[in-house]
Design a protein around this ligand. Structure first.
Ligand code: SF4
Ligand code: SF4
Length: 342
């Protein structure tokens, strides 16, 4: 059963959530959307529209965090409360397919990641507009959430159609029933119409930018492994690592120790396969010593390795690496060249 939540009642719901969670909601600043912790009524809250600037992964494995302290045997708690993340888009939720595979599906499961997966709350939302860098449909991601959320909000006139996606989401609705009302057929029809409209816009985007569908680049990395395209594309790269940091599926990290007064700490930081030292081993040997080799490796991981080991491409079509790259390296163009280049 779906519910209707009015624009006024969503503010009440966010206030209720603040008792248990740090609530992160996208706010508009210029052309970008950023998550803000516990926003106030003066903030320009935007739940629909497009994905925020920061990838969802930053709420699950932090860019820099303490993972061990002195001789403590319990988990180090970085946050006072779990996070409720609002306005999450489908392209970020697809990132869980890779993050879950890396951090919780092997012999060693990451306790920090698992704790965040269990305790955080996700209130996702349909995309109601499109960036010219969006190409989610090319990698079979729809512009509206279908899984991995607790509640999903689809914007309609006067509020949102609410879909329940988990027992945690159901409990939240049931405990705050006075804020919700039963949704009627007209609301459901309106959501369907909005979704069709956004799909059409993304399809046009994909067509205008000649982005191939994932079925077309299956096995292409192996076939084009020795292609000159890697050298051509890497020519302008400045090794800034932005493409990895901003990507909802990239997950590599390194560990280091730090001495603070009398205590040692072990910290974990996001790493980047685009930087020279990433694959360097003791003795100085480096299997990816040239930039073009590292660019090729990045694409190999996303479009060859993960489909083989996890059955899914490690790209969600969010377009962040396109807008975040100072060298204007465009993943859509590389994919197109993979398919068309002789
Ligand atoms: S590779 Fe680029 S477009 Fe694909 S998910 Fe990562 S940041 Fe988004
Ligand atoms: S964002 Fe662009 S310039 Fe920076 S490392 Fe990635 S490909 Fe290179």
């Amino acid at each position: 059963m779906n519910y209707f939540l009015s624009s006024r009642n969503i503010v009440s719901l966010l206030n209720i959530l603040r008792r248990t969670y740090n609530v992160y909601v996208p706010i508009g600043k210029g052309n970008q959307r950023f998550y803000k912790k516990n926003p106030t009524s003066t903030d320009n809250i935007i739940i629909g529209e497009v994905r925020p600037f920061e990838p969802l992964k930053s709420f699950y494995s932090h860019a820099r965090e303490v993972v061990a302290e002195g001789f403590r045997s319990d988990l180090v708690h970085a946050d006072d409360k779990p996070s409720a993340i609002v306005g999450v888009k489908a392209c970020d939720l697809k990132g869980f397919k890779i993050q879950d595979h890396v951090f919780q599906s092997h012999n060693f499961a990451d306790p920090f990641y698992i704790k965040n997966r269990e305790e955080n709350l996700i209130i996702s939302a349909d995309c109601t507009s499109v960036l010219d860098t969006c190409f989610c449909l090319s990698v079979d991601v729809k512009p509206f959430p279908q899984e991995n959320f607790d509640l999903n909000l689809s914007e309609i006139s006067g509020g949102f159609l609410v879909e329940i996606g988990s027992p945690k989401g159901r409990e939240l609705v049931e405990q705050n029933m006075t804020l919700f009302q039963a949704a009627n057929d007209a609301f459901v029809k309106s959501v369907k119409k909005n979704r069709m409209h956004i799909i059409e816009e993304i399809e046009n985007n994909i067509k205008n930018n000649h982005v191939p569908h994932q079925d077309d680049f299956k096995d292409m990395i192996e076939k084009k492994y020795e292609s000159e395209l890697w050298k051509r594309e890497a020519e302008t790269c400045v090794e800034c690592a932005s493409c990895n940091a901003i990507c909802p599926t990239c997950h590599c990290f390194f560990l280091y120790d730090q001495k603070n007064e009398d205590e040692m700490k072990r910290l974990r930081m996001w790493d980047s396969c685009m930087v020279k030292d990433f694959a360097r081993v003791a003795g100085g040997a480096n299997p990816h010593k040239r930039l073009w080799m590292r660019l090729r490796n990045r694409f190999e991981k996303k479009f060859d390795y993960f489909p083989k080991v996890a059955g899914v491409y490690a790209c969600t079509g969010c377009g962040r690496c396109i807008s975040g790259c100072p060298a204007k390296i465009d993943i859509r163009k590389v994919l197109k060249e993979l398919v068309t280049d002789e």
